[in-house]
Structures are given as structure tokens and as C-alpha cells.
Design a protein around this ligand. Structure first.
Ligand SMILES: Cc1cc2nc3c(=O)[nH]c(=O)nc-3n(C[C@H](O)[C@H](O)[C@H](O)COP(=O)(O)OP(=O)(O)OC[C@H]3O[C@@H](n4cnc5c(N)ncnc54)[C@H](O)[C@@H]3O)c2cc1C
Length: 321
């Protein structure tokens, strides 16, 4: 019998599987996506009619920070191997009318081959004698069974549910789970770089946008590609037909950056982009059912998801020892 089923192959699930395998436990890592990575997502441009077909765009998380020693060690390894890059410590500030100065903060990291490549790298390092990765594999049921759990009819000693609460609540409801907010992510391929020199901009007090990333600067190839994220209220009004969000998002980009129409654009819908708040605990564990992801560790972000998954894996390993 395989020891543990990890449901979710985003960064929290892969970190959990890695911690379990380090303790010598066997794992089935199951994800419903065609690729691993979850919200560290990249889209390949196709049929855009621009020179950028084949180029990747980060359409999920914009970047990550690394101030936790454990996660920083993982990031240092990516940096040494050229998989991650220091993107910037300075973003512009904007409101509905335009850009107004800059703000410096922690280093933000990005990945030349897209953030998803980092999760795929962690997955590639999992020992194949202990971890079996299956995707696309949409897990449909989790039940307790004796001392263990049954996942889609297969028995395990425990299960780790690693991802957004609304997706995992379909399997095992958690009445304490936070609400989750949607985001629309607009990708705009421009003819040329004719906006102010910037890496990205936090947009405050705008009815449509919250953040704009210069994907060319982020990925390091200087392609004239922008990715804009909407606020949750605006996104909620366009969940059924994401492309209906495009006109207002493009108009907001024009207002803020002074740019014209793009050569190509698309909108990616994130129904569960981020939790409204993150619990302070690192993970949840009730009986043989664990939960991890970015709705833990006090701050909903990539680093929290890695810490949460890693901590849940260690706790399950101690529990099953
Ligand atoms: C638009 C957007 C912008 C963001 N910006 C930032 C940012 O700037 N900085 C930052 O640090 N973070 C950012 N984030 C958050 C970051 O992406 C997440 O914190 C991180 O990716 C969470 O990883 P996870 O493994 O917990 O969840 P996920 O990446 O969501 O992984 C969960 C996985 O579970 C799988 N799954 C779900 N249900 C099932 C099922 N029934 N069976 C099998 N598999 C299933 C999914 O396919 C998915 O791959 C952003 C997210 C979004 C969407």
C-alpha cells in the first residue's frame, strides 16, 4: 500500500511530497492539471499574429519573495542553476489616473522559463522509487476508512489536501476555511515597449486593476508583453465570460500607462486566486487528513504555500513513524 496520497501538484503539494519522501514514505502525487504548478502558471502564446508565438507568459502568480530560511535555501539553489532570477526590489505606484512614484521593498524573484518551471524542477527531484506522479488526475472522493483514508477507492495511511480550500472542500469540507477571491489576468502583447521604464506597478484605488507586470522585464527577454491583474469585485462580474473583462482592463492600462491598443490580448480567469485571509497555523491535520497551501502561515503567497506543504509533510511523517 502506498503510504500517502497528496492531492494537488502546486508548490505546496510538491513540497509536501518531498518532505514525505525524505522521511522514506511512499507517495502518490495527484493533480487534475495537464501540467504541475497550479497557480504558478504559464501560458504559451499561440496564433497571436505577433513575433512572440511560442513565448511563455506568467499568467498566475507575478513573483515570489524568499525571506524564510528554508524556502530561501530552495531559491538559492534555483538561482545557482539559473532557474530563478532576481527580478526587482522596486515597483511603481499607480492610481486610476496614472503612475506616481516608486516603492522599494524586498527582492522579488521570477523565472526565465516561467514560474511553473520551478515547481516542475522540484517535482523532477522527487525520488521515483517513492513518489508516483499522476496527472491529469481529478480526485473525486476522500473518505476515512479504518485507521486511514480511501482516495477514489484506493486505501492510504493518510491524505494531504494541498491547494485552494474551495477545491479541497469538494473532497472534505472544512467549515473554518476562508472565502476565496477571484482575479482576471489580462495578457497584452504590444507592438513595442512604449511605456515608462518599469518592472511593475501596484495600482491603488482603481475599480479595475490592482497590479501590472512588465512580463518582458520579469522574464528577462524584454518582450513588449504586459500582464495586468484585476481586483476581486471586478473579476466576480466576469467569471462566466472572462473575455468580457478585456475592454475595461485594456482601458485601465491605457489610462495608467498611456499605451494604445495591443496587437493581441487574452484573459485568464482565476476563480480561486487567493484566500481572503490566511490562517496563522502552518497547516491543518485532523486524524489522517492534512491540509496545506497558501491559506496557511498568515500570509497568502507562494512562500507560505511552500512552508505549509513542507511542514505538513514533516508532521505526517512524524505521525506515521
Ligand atoms: C493571479 C494571481 C496572482 C498571484 N500573485 C502572487 C504574487 O505576486 N506573489 C506570490 O507570492 N503569490 C502570488 N499568487 C499566489 C500563488 O500563486 C500561490 O500562493 C501558490 O501558487 C499556491 O500554491 P498551492 O500549491 O498552495 O496551490 P495551487 O498552486 O493552487 O495548487 C493546487 C493544485 O491542486 C490541484 N487540484 C485542485 N483540486 C484537485 C482535485 N480534486 N484533484 C487533483 N488535483 C486538484 C490544482 O490543479 C492545482 O495544481 C498569485 C496567484 C494568482 C492566481
Amino acid at each position: 500500500m502506498t503510504d500517502i496520497a497528496v492531492v494537488g501538484g502546486g508548490i505546496s503539494g510538491v513540497a509536501c511530497a518531498a518532505a514525505l519522501a525524505r522521511a522514506g514514505l511512499s507517495v502518490d502525487l495527484l493533480d487534475k492539471g495537464h501540467r504541475l504548478g497550479g497557480r504558478l502558471a504559464a501560458q504559451t502564446l499561440r496564433d497571436t499574429g505577433t513575433p512572440y508565438d511560442g513565448r511563455l507568459v506568467d499568467v498566475g502568480a507575478s513573483y515570489f519573495v524568499a525571506d524564510d530560511p528554508g524556502f530561501a535555501a530552495v531559491v538559492d539553489d534555483w538561482l545557482e542553476r539559473g532557474l530563478a532570477r532576481r527580478w526587482t526590489d522596486t515597483f511603481h505606484l499607480a492610481d486610476a489616473s496614472g503612475l506616481h512614484g516608486t516603492k522599494t521593498g524586498p527582492w522579488r524573484f521570477a523565472a526565465p522559463r516561467g514560474l511553473r518551471s520551478l515547481v516542475e524542477d522540484l517535482a523532477a527531484q522527487l525520488p521515483s522509487d517513492l513518489v508516483a506522479i499522476a496527472h491529469p488526475r481529478d480526485v473525486e472522493s476522500v473518505q476515512t476508512a479504518g485507521d486511514g483514508v480511501r482516495v477514489d477507492g484506493r486505501d492510504y495511511r493518510a491524505v494531504a489536501l494541498c491547494g485552494p480550500d474551495p477545491q479541497m472542500d469538494r473532497l472534505v469540507p472544512d467549515p473554518q476555511a476562508p472565502m476565496w477571491e477571484p482575479v482576471m489576468a489580462l495578457t497584452a502583447v504590444m507592438a513595442e515597449r512604449d511605456w515608462v521604464d518599469m518592472d511593475g506597478a501596484f495600482v491603488n484605488d482603481d475599480a479595475v486593476l490592482t497590479f501590472i507586470a512588465d512580463d518582458g522585464r520579469r522574464r528577462g527577454d524584454d518582450a513588449p508583453v504586459l500582464v495586468a491583474h484585476s481586483g476581486p469585485v471586478f473579476a466576480a462580474g466576469h467569471l462566466d465570460e472572462p473575455m468580457t473583462a478585456a475592454p475595461m482592463m485594456l482601458a485601465a492600462l491605457e489610462r495608467i500607462l498611456g499605451i494604445g491598443n495591443p496587437d493581441w490580448f487574452s484573459v485568464k480567469r482565476w476563480t480561486y486566486a487567493r484566500p481572503a485571509f490566511a490562517r496563522l497555523d502552518e497547516f491543518g491535520l485532523e486524524g489522517r487528513i492534512g491540509r496545506a497551501g497558501d491559506a496557511w502561515c498568515g500570509e497568502p503567497r507562494t512562500q507560505s504555500a511552500w512552508i505549509s506543504g513542507n511542514a505538513l509533510g514533516q508532521a505526517l511523517a512524524a505521525e506515521l513513524a
